[in-house]
Design a protein around this ligand. Structure first.
Ligand code: RIB
Ligand code: CA
Length: 338
């Protein structure tokens, strides 16, 4: 069976790490590489964390890691926004020591492998240009690498089979009242990609918060007993602790969304996304109160005066998602002969 070629673009972070485990262990995927970007933590750390996950999954020498952009395209050029980027009070926890949802380092040994020499943008451009147009990009952090690559060499745009993106929000936001973190960190990058015409699926907070995981899920996954399963269980539990600091629903019910992994799941199990609609979406880059808002045009017009540019997932099916995560980890255990 032909494998599905994907490239992960991540700001590893705790849910990115779970997404990477899934991307590398799901046997239907051929994960061609991992591009790290500035986001949850600085790009030196997102790169280091990605390398740690590659080794945790015993994919060193198989899945390369590339260091990408260390600053957003434009959002930090204004001195006052540069200051406000860190630390940011989000539902992704605060940066008050032990209660963060991400932290600087994942709970894994320091990596013994290094990132590749090419920058992520250079490798993305070369890989896409040399491809048959059969690669799915899976960005689950700020879209800086992807947008810079598109601007640097627009020939890659028709070579991208589709983009499956974790980011944005309509009814649900986390970093400001109007914006979701991945967009907020680099709004101009999202708008560049939204205007590119690439087939774009947005997996927003509206969906990811419905596909949460809880302590029972973590316990069941820990039972599997492999290194990747232990990492996933540890990260679910740490995310529940971090989310409970700021989010009442998480605190009351001991649960947390695993945003990025849902985007990966949707490539294998599209049914994990519910009520996916084709809409026009643009990103507010006007630097006002709604800077970084994903503005969905819900007007019920007979026809769009511009074509819909995204597939927007309004909801998610938590059962499909959690079952898939457990199945991938159990199959990995069998492959390891444990
Ligand atoms: O808003 C959620 C997104 O922001 C996720 O990708 C998480 O990793 C953080 O980057
Ligand atoms: Ca992320």
């Amino acid at each position: 069976m032909e494998k599905i070629k994907i490239i992960m673009d991540v700001d590893t972070g705790s849910d990115d790490a779970i997404a990477l485990v899934m991307a590398m262990l799901e046997e239907k995927f051929d994960c061609l590489g991992i591009c790290a970007v500035n986001g949850n933590v600085e790009v030196k750390l997102t790169t280091d964390n990605s390398l740690r996950v590659v080794e945790c999954c015993d994919k060193q020498g198989v899945v390369p890691v590339f260091k990408g952009c260390d600053l957003p395209i434009a959002s930090t050029l204004m001195p006052w926004t540069a200051q406000s980027l860190r630390p940011f009070p989000t539902r992704e926890g605060t940066r008050e020591g032990k209660t963060v949802v991400h932290g600087d380092h994942l709970p894994l040994p320091e990596p013994t492998i290094k990132e590749e020499k090419d920058s992520a943008v250079v490798w993305l451009i070369n890989t896409l240009l040399e491809s048959d147009g059969d690669i799915i990009l899976v960005p689950v952090g700020p879209l800086t690498n992807v947008a810079v690559a598109m601007r640097a060499d627009p020939r890659i745009i028709p070579k991208i089979k589709r983009i499956v993106y974790m980011g944005g929000g309509d009814r649900v936001n986390n970093t400001s009242a109007a914006s979701e973190f991945n967009v907020w960190a680099d709004p101009e990058a999202l708008e560049i990609v939204l205007q590119s015409g690439v087939d774009f699926t947005m997996v927003p907070l509206d969906a990811t918060h419905e596909a949460y995981m809880n302590l029972a899920d973590a316990a069941e996954i820990r039972e599997i007993g492999t290194k990747p399963a232990k990492l996933v269980a540890d990260l679910i539990e740490s995310r529940i602790r971090g989310y409970s600091v700021n989010d009442k629903d998480s605190a009351d019910n001991a649960l947390a969304p695993i945003h990025d992994a849902l985007a990966v799941c949707s490539i294998i199990h599209p049914e994990c996304l519910v009520d996916v609609v084709d809409v026009i979406c643009h990103c507010d880059i006007s630097r006002g109160f709604a800077y970084g808002e994903t503005i969905i045009d819900w007007r019920h017009r007979v026809k769009f005066d511009e074509p819909a540019n995204i597939h927007f997932a309004k909801h998610a099916d938590r059962n499909v998602f959690t079952a898939w995560v457990k199945e991938v980890l159990k199959k990995d255990k069998e492959r390891r002969g444990l």
